[in-house]
Design a protein around this ligand. Structure first.
Ligand code: SAH
Length: 214
């Protein structure tokens, strides 16, 4: 399942990410550890270590490694953090985060992806990830509050419900915009009713959609 070749390809990917400006050593180490080739169908393994997004089931994509690294760097995971990810997709981003925090919850709206990814995570053995099938717009109130929330699909607005599920001092990383180009926003919950908004460049994502697909 894992060969020297995969290890070599992963090292080369990490080098590219460094050149593109990713600095956090913990993030780079996590990317150097997670076997991304196990998150694509066998026929596409060759593509796993290119810095490109790639189609997965249900018309969705596994995010580009640079985007995963960038979002993980912004989330700045700490060993005691409880983090919610929205948009499980292939499960790759959740695995990267799981190496760097205490507990991770991840929600997917498409049942087909939810099932496939659950199986995959069981096989690979990433135990810290609790996957949920549901509408990420509603967050995961049963498990709130979270230190941090990461949205890996492109939104048109900042969902109030998600801000409310953050601890005070916690933050949300979410790509937001009206068109295809989304601004990477970091929304910090300063107190009960004040937020701070910071912007970190433009990215493209598959859309953050309301409701679930059974
Ligand atoms: N983090 C993923 C990226 C997947 S792409 C990875 O590492 O592979 C974004 C995912 O968000 C898609 O699988 C899409 O189905 C999901 N998604 C979109 N809107 C959602 C919502 N409201 N709730 C939960 N998941 C959602």
């Amino acid at each position: 399942m894992e060969s020297y070749r995969h290890k070599g390809l992963r090292k080369a990917l990490v080098k590219i990410l460094k050149e593109k400006g990713i600095k956090n050593k913990k993030v780079l180490d996590a990317i150097n550890t997670v076997p991304r080739h196990l998150f694509l169908d066998k026929a596409f393994e060759e593509w796993a270590y290119k810095d490109q997004a790639f189609p997965i089931r249900a018309n969705q994509t596994i995010s580009q490694p640079y985007t995963v690294a960038f979002q993980t760097e912004l989330i700045d995971p700490q060993p005691e953090d409880k983090i919610l990810e929205i948009g499980t997709g292939s499960g790759y981003q959740a695995c990267v985060l799981s190496l760097l925090c205490k507990k991770i919850y991840s929600i997917e709206r498409q049942i087909e992806l939810f099932k496939q990814t659950n199986e995959r995570l069981k096989k690979i053995g990433f135990g810290k990830i609790r996957t949920l099938h549901g509408d990420g717009y509603k967050g995961a109130p049963r498990f709130a509050p979270f230190d941090k929330i990461l949205v890996t699909a492109g939104a048109t607005d900042i969902p109030e419900t998600l801000v409310e599920q953050l601890k005070i001092g916690g933050f949300l990383v979410i790509p937001v915009g009206k068109g295809d180009d989304k601004k990477m926003l970091k929304i910090t919950r300063i107190d009960e009713d004040t937020i701070k908004k910071e912007s970190f460049g433009i990215f493209r994502f598959v859309p953050f959609k309301k409701g679930i697909v059974k």
